[in-house]
Ligand binder design. Structure first.
Ligand SMILES: [Zn+2]
Ligand SMILES: [Zn+2]
Ligand SMILES: [Zn+2]
Length: 334
C-alpha cells in the first residue's frame, strides 16, 4: 500500500506555506482520519503534526497526530460554512468569531444591529424556521408600545418571568407586565388603579416639521397632546402640531382601528410610508411616519373609522355616517 501517494511538497494552510516533512504516515492514523472524514495527506510543521484534508470541503488543516489517532478531528471550515449558512437562512450574516467565547459568534441581523449569539441557537433557529430576534429593536418597540398607554419600559422583568418586562407607570409605579398585554394596553396599574383598555382613547394625526422635511404621524394615545409634546423626543426647534384627534370609547378600539389604518397604508400606499432611516433619531419612534402627501389619505382613513364606529353605535338608523368635518371638531385629549 502506497501511503505516500497523496503527499505534496508544500501545504498551504490558512494562507501559510508549510514544507512537507519526509516522515511516515502510519496506516492506523490514515484509518482513523478516514473514519473522521479526512485524508491524512502528509506531515508538516513538526513531528507532532499531520495534515488532514477534509473529504467534504477539501480544506487542509494541521492537526496533532495524537488528536488524529486518539480523538475525532473536526473540520473548522465545514463548521464555519454550516454556521454561515444558518445565519444566511435567517437573513443574517456571521461577521466574526466572538473573541471571548468559542461557542459564540457575532452576527449582523437584517436590521443592521450586530449581536453576540450562541452558534447552536442560530442553527436551531434556522432549522426550526424561527427568526433571530434583535434585543435592541425589540426593546425599542416594547418601549414605544408602552408609551402609548402611559408606561415606559424599564428593562427585563425582575421576576425573571418569561414574556414579561418591567414597566414604569406615569404615576411612578414599576410593575411586571406581559409584553403581549402591553401591546394592547391591557394592563392596570397596581398603585393607582388606572387601566387603559376600557377608557376613552384617541386616534391622532400629527404634523411634524423636521428641518429637512415635514412628515405626518398617525397613532393612538390616551393623551395625544402629551405624546406629541413629551414622548417623541423632538428637538425644541422642531415645530409640530396636532392636526386631528378622533375620540373612541375604548383604548382597545383605538388600537385596533389605528393598526388597520397602518396596514392599509403599508399595503396600498407603501411609497408614502417613510422608513426609519429617513427620519432617523429626529423622531423617537420606530415607524408610523408618513409623507406629507399622505394627509388626504390619512384623513379619509380616519373618516372611515368614524363612519364604522358611528354606524355601529347607531345601529338602528343607517343614515348616520358623519361628514368628515364632524370628526375634526376639537376634542380634549388631556
Ligand atoms: Zn470541511
Ligand atoms: Zn435591531
Ligand atoms: Zn399608576
Amino acid at each position: 500500500m502506497n501511503v505516500h501517494s497523496l503527499v505534496s511538497d508544500t501545504f498551504i494552510i490558512d494562507g501559510d506555506a508549510y514544507p512537507a516533512l519526509d516522515k511516515p504516515l502510519q496506516p492506523n492514523w490514515i484509518a482513523a482520519a478516514a473514519r473522521a472524514g479526512f485524508d491524512l495527506i502528509g506531515r508538516a510543521r513538526d513531528r507532532y503534526h499531520g495534515v488532514l484534508r477534509c473529504r467534504t470541503c477539501a480544506t487542509d488543516a494541521l492537526v496533532r497526530i495524537n488528536v488524529i489517532r486518539d480523538a475525532t478531528p473536526l473540520c473548522h471550515a465545514c463548521i464555519h460554512d454550516r454556521r454561515s449558512r444558518a445565519a444566511q437562512a435567517l437573513g443574517a450574516e456571521l461577521v466574526a468569531k466572538c473573541p471571548e467565547h468559542r461557542h459564540y459568534g457575532l452576527f449582523r441581523l437584517p436590521c443592521g444591529h450586530v449581536v453576540r449569539s450562541q452558534y447552536t441557537r442560530v442553527e436551531a433557529a434556522a432549522d426550526g424556521g424561527h427568526a433571530l430576534g434583535c434585543e435592541d429593536c425589540r426593546a425599542a418597540r416594547d418601549d414605544e408600545a408602552a408609551r402609548d398607554f402611559g408606561w415606559v419600559l424599564v428593562g427585563p422583568a425582575t421576576s425573571g418571568r418569561a414574556g414579561y418586562r418591567d414597566y414604569r407607570h406615569h404615576c411612578g409605579h414599576v410593575q411586571s407586565i406581559s409584553v403581549s398585554n402591553m401591546r394592547w394596553g391591557d394592563c392596570t396599574c397596581a398603585a393607582c388603579g388606572q387601566g387603559w383598555a376600557a377608557k376613552p382613547s384617541f386616534i391622532y394625526l400629527f404634523r411634524i416639521d423636521l428641518p429637512e422635511m415635514s412628515v405626518l404621524k398617525l397613532g393612538y394615545s390616551a393623551r395625544p397632546a402629551k405624546r406629541l409634546r413629551h414622548q417623541l423626543g423632538l428637538d425644541r426647534s422642531v415645530s409640530a402640531e396636532v392636526i386631528r384627534v378622533l375620540a373612541l370609547s375604548s383604548g382597545n378600539l383605538a388600537v385596533r382601528e389605528e393598526k388597520a389604518c397602518h396596514r392599509h397604508m403599508r399595503n396600498m400606499h407603501p411609497e408614502l410610508v417613510l422608513p426609519k432611516r429617513v427620519f432617523g433619531d429626529a423622531i423617537k419612534t420606530q415607524g408610523e411616519i408618513y409623507h406629507l402627501r399622505a394627509e388626504p389619505l390619512l384623513h379619509a382613513l380616519i373618516d372611515g373609522v368614524t363612519a364604522r364606529f358611528r354606524s355601529a353605535a347607531d345601529h338602528p338608523s343607517r343614515s348616520t355616517a358623519p361628514k368628515a368635518t364632524d370628526a375634526r371638531r376639537d376634542t380634549r385629549p388631556d
